[in-house]
Design a protein. Structure first.
Lengths: 295, 358, 252
């Protein structure tokens, strides 16, 4: 019985980590579906979002939820600006160009964070209304941070689902991501839609950053966790939103299991090994519908 | 413009096709040979690094620039080369053999990696190679009995027979000589069937396949060759730095090599060399910049990242053909003066078609 | 003698039955044309023959050999070359190197010989270049030899693609809409080349074509396809007078 509880506890903590990966992966996939761009700066956007949240909540002393909302809004604006200024001129350019330019954006964000007085290379915490507490469920003890992450992920997934399914804007976004040219011809304002998708993606990044803050703290290297979200997105099949969530959960749980059952070190690479294995068998991920190039 | 009249098939496959260029290359060779007589230790060592980076850059260029396969894992090949060299040297293997084995080892790893990545394209490949590099880095950190973990390995100077490469000029000749050799191999490859098959895959996989090119096989070949070249560079690097740890071979090193090929100019051998010069000079340029603006050295880390990032963004936006592309434009401008028009080099969509809107 | 035969070829994509039980045989030395309205399954048929798509059913027989399961890159080595509807050239290379890639299936030296550019490698290069010059002469491409393909006009690129397929010395060539995008003059040139390919090089031609005047001028036999099914096979005049074919084109 004790073993079972321990196991369940481990799975839950894996799921919580997996939710983090899932939201970051959602951010990738949103942008990728809409514009064929893979945003290597997603992790750094998350880091910037966390620093903004830290500034509003801790430095300026705003109430948590107000600070959170303000950080999300700022990041949305930054995301839209990035699209407008840097990425739009790159439309249709080859993959390496996109990879390099988004990595470059990530570097610039890091440089900015390091140079801002009061941010720099130190580590900070954000006090949340729910920090520190635990919830007991039967024999299980779950930290509130983990619960908050799982809850926020659920909420985000539901909101995104309703948005894409039922709002005009959401449907227009779907149309854009399936076929830009066709969407343009039927009157969808493709360019503003793309900016909005970037805004949503950057805002979700900020959300993860702030959710993660009580667990890993806020520091300039926290964006590296974004690299773990790549395997999640790839395993899920880069173009699929549900796939990204499932991929994130798989990675989170596999990591937790690897950390428990395998020697030290395997935990950190489990995600990558799993991804290479999946790619060897299914080159487009688990959930992708194969679309061959038409000749 | 110069339009040569051709009279034999050999003319197209000669190493140097125009007499005028031969003179320039001869002058360059002289300047390089005489470098130890007029350059100080510091500049010679910079040139040694240019040689090492250029060899690694050629490995990346073959993969990214000529075959269109984006790799974010070149650091892994560099690391495998460096560690193979260090471990073999400790075991007493002679340098000539260990250098070759360092290349072979990294090449083999590349071939094995291609088992997983051969069917991948574009962004999937970039992410898969990134994952590969993380795995290699972790293995090097954890396999302490072999690699001494994060404490690193001391690497002794190169010894061939009784001759020790203990002075800067000796190492300079070695790395420059190896670079010339690698350049020669690359030129040979590119003027042959395999080289053409690689560029064919870059421009259209579907028609390359319909012309008989076995995609998976050639992807394995190019990954192996790229790995081998980068591995050799890694071995040289180990000797030059004389101390290697896993954290010299992080994703930063991979990005650096990607920046090298892009800034130098994709799809050209000149580009790899220009890019290597650029990468080696960059840190000094950043220091100059810092002093010029009176920025305190506490912001060094931010400045490094910022300059790096800005360069990547700006080059991609405004100079996608890199330094070599700019050089060609200047040459053409002078050649056909005053008929140069802005549209002479209109920005074309390179390597990949897309139905995205601008 | 029958050079190529498709037997009961079948292929679905999800709910779409793109090619439905199609059978036909191409005689050696023939110019055989497939016509049909847009979406009739013509390009799918070509992609089945060049093994880009797997067959859903039926079999491909070439030179008395079943090639239904052969790897796609091996098709050209058997002597079946193809062009593409929207031109798939290597845009960043010169005309000459595009044509040289066409020689790929004709073999070459080992990798180490290429790396060292041994005399065997040099001889092989020269031999390939000689064959490519024949193609350049045949198609009048001399003045474009060293031009980058990406900068050439559409009509010339079309010819380069034809040349690249010919450089592999095929016995059967598949031409996917050779006249699409060409002006009337260029179309006429194309019709001469298609006949030259057959008469001078002895290559059998299987093509997809929309331009009925071209079809009438060069084809020995015509297959009309609609909704993935064979409507009729016969002489060009016969097919163009066939009421079902006319209906398929007019009624869509």
């Amino acid at each position: 019985m004790q073993g079972l509880i321990e196991f369940t506890q481990m799975i839950i903590s894996g799921v919580a980590t997996g939710c983090i990966y899932a939201i970051v992966a959602l951010g990738f996939v949103l942008i990728y579906k809409a514009s064929e761009i893979v945003n290597f700066a997603q992790g750094d956007l998350m880091m910037l979002g966390a620093f903004l949240g830290f500034s509003f909540i801790t430095l300026l002393g705003m109430p948590f939820y107000l600070g959170l909302m303000l950080a999300l809004a700022c990041m949305a604006l930054i995301g839209a600006l990035l699209d407008r200024v840097v990425l739009r001129p790159m439309a249709g350019q080859p993959v390496f160009a996109i990879v390099i330019i988004t990595i470059g954006i990530g570097f610039v964000i890091r440089a900015v964070v390091i140079s801002v007085p009061g941010w720099g290379t130190e580590t900070y915490g954000i006090a949340t209304p729910y920090s520190g507490g635990v919830t007991t469920l039967g024999g299980l003890v779950i930290s509130n941070e983990h619960l908050a992450i799982i809850g926020a992920t659920l909420a985000l997934v539901i909101v995104l689902y309703l948005f894409f399914r039922f709002t005009m804007l959401g449907v227009a976004m779907q149309a854009t991501s399936q076929n830009q040219l066709a969407a343009y011809y039927v009157g969808v304002p493709v360019k503003s839609i793309l900016s909005m998708i970037w805004a949503i993606s950057a805002a979700t990044a900020a959300l993860v950053g702030i959710l993660l803050a009580p667990i890993t703290f806020v520091h300039v290297n926290m964006g590296f966790i974004g690299l773990k979200a790549f395997p999640a997105a790839v395993i899920g099949g880069f173009g699929s939103l549900p796939g990204a969530v499932v991929g994130g959960l798989i990675i989170g749980v596999v990591e937790a299991l690897a950390g428990f059952y395998l020697p030290e070190g395997f935990k950190d690479i489990a995600a990558y090994v799993l991804m290479l294995l999946v790619l060897a068998v299914r080159p487009k991920g688990l959930f992708a519908q194969s679309v061959a190039k038409k000749v | 413009m110069h339009v040569p009249m051709k009279t034999s098939y050999n003319e197209d496959i000669r190493l140097i096709r125009q007499r005028g260029t031969l003179v320039w290359y001869a002058l360059l060779a002289l300047a390089l040979l005489a470098a130890p007589f007029y350059l100080g230790e510091h500049h010679l060592s910079q040139l040694s690094f240019v040689g090492i980076y250029a060899i690694a850059g050629l490995g990346a260029m073959l993969l990214v620039g000529y075959t269109g396969q984006v790799s974010l894992g070149q650091a892994a090949f560099l690391a495998i080369g460096a560690y193979t060299e260090a471990i073999l040297q400790k075991a007493g293997v002679p340098f000539a053999a260990s250098l070759v084995l360092a290349g072979v080892m990294a090449g083999l790893t590349g071939a094995i990696l291609s088992l997983s990545t051969a069917r991948l394209a574009g962004i999937y490949l970039a992410i898969a190679t990134l994952a590969f590099a993380f795995i290699v880095e972790e293995v090097l950190t954890r396999w302490e009995s072999l690699t001494n973990g994060s404490l690193g390995i001391l690497v002794k100077r190169i010894q061939v027979g009784g001759f020790t490469f203990d002075a800067e000029w000796k190492f300079y000749y070695l790395s420059t000589g190896l670079l010339v050799l690698v350049l020669w191999l690359m030129i040979n490859l590119l003027r042959s069937r395999t080289g053409r098959a690689l560029t064919a895959m870059r421009d259209s996989e579907i028609s390359a396949q319909s012309l008989g090119i076995h995609l998976a096989r050639y992807k394995a070949i190019v990954l192996a060759l790229s790995g081998a070249l980068t591995g050799v560079a890694g071995a040289l690097y180990a000797h030059r730095i004389q101390f290697i740890t896993p954290d010299q071979f992080t994703i930063m090193a991979s990005v650096e090599l990607l920046v090298l090929v892009v800034v130098g100019g994709l799809g050209s051998l000149h580009g790899a060399v220009f890019g290597a010069v650029f990468i080696v000079m960059l840190p000094q340029f950043i220091v100059l910049l810092r002093d010029a603006f009176g920025i305190s050295s506490t912001y060094q880390a931010g400045l490094d990242a910022g300059v790096y990032g800005l360069l990547m963004v700006l080059f991609m936006l405004f100079e996608p053909h890199g330094i070599y592309g700019r050089w060609q434009k200047i040459k053409l401008y002078l050649d056909i003066f005053p008929f140069y028009r802005k549209a002479t080099f209109r920005r074309q969509r390179m390597f990949q078609k897309s139905e995205q809107l601008r | 003698m029958t050079l190529f035969e498709g037997r009961n070829l079948d292929r679905r994509f999800g709910g779409i039955h793109a090619v439905r039980d199609v059978s036909f045989a191409v005689e050696e030395g023939e110019i055989f044309t497939i016509i049909g309205p847009n979406g009739a399954g013509k390009s799918t048929l070509f992609n089945l023959i060049s093994r880009i798509y797997d067959l859903g059913g039926g079999s491909l027989v070439y030179d008395d050999r079943d090639i239904s399961r052969i790897a796609p890159h091996k098709v050209v080595g058997l002597g079946i070359a193809r062009t593409f509807q929207n031109i798939e050239l290597f845009e960043n290379s010169t005309v000459l190197s595009n044509l040289l890639v066409g020689r790929h299936s004709r073999g070459g030296p080992a990798l180490w010989q290429e790396l060292l550019f041994t005399s065997a490698a040099r001889q092989s290069e020269i031999a390939h270049r000689e064959r490519v010059e024949d193609v350049i002469d045949l198609l009048d491409l001399q003045e474009h030899r060293d031009a980058r393909v990406g900068g050439l006009p559409y009509g010339i690129r079309k010819v380069v693609e034809l040349g690249r397929a010919l450089a592999s010395q095929p016995r059967l060539i598949l031409l996917d809409e050779p006249s699409s995008g060409l002006n009337p003059d260029e179309t006429e040139d194309m019709s001469y080349w298609i006949r030259d390919i057959r008469s001078q090089l002895g290559v059998t031609v299987l093509m997809i074509e929309h331009d009925m005047s071209l079809v009438g001028m060069v084809s020995d036999r015509v297959l009309a396809l609609d909704h993935g099914e064979v409507l009729a096979i016969g002489q060009p005049a016969e097919i163009m007078a066939n009421p079902r074919v006319i209906e398929a084109y007019l009624g869509g």
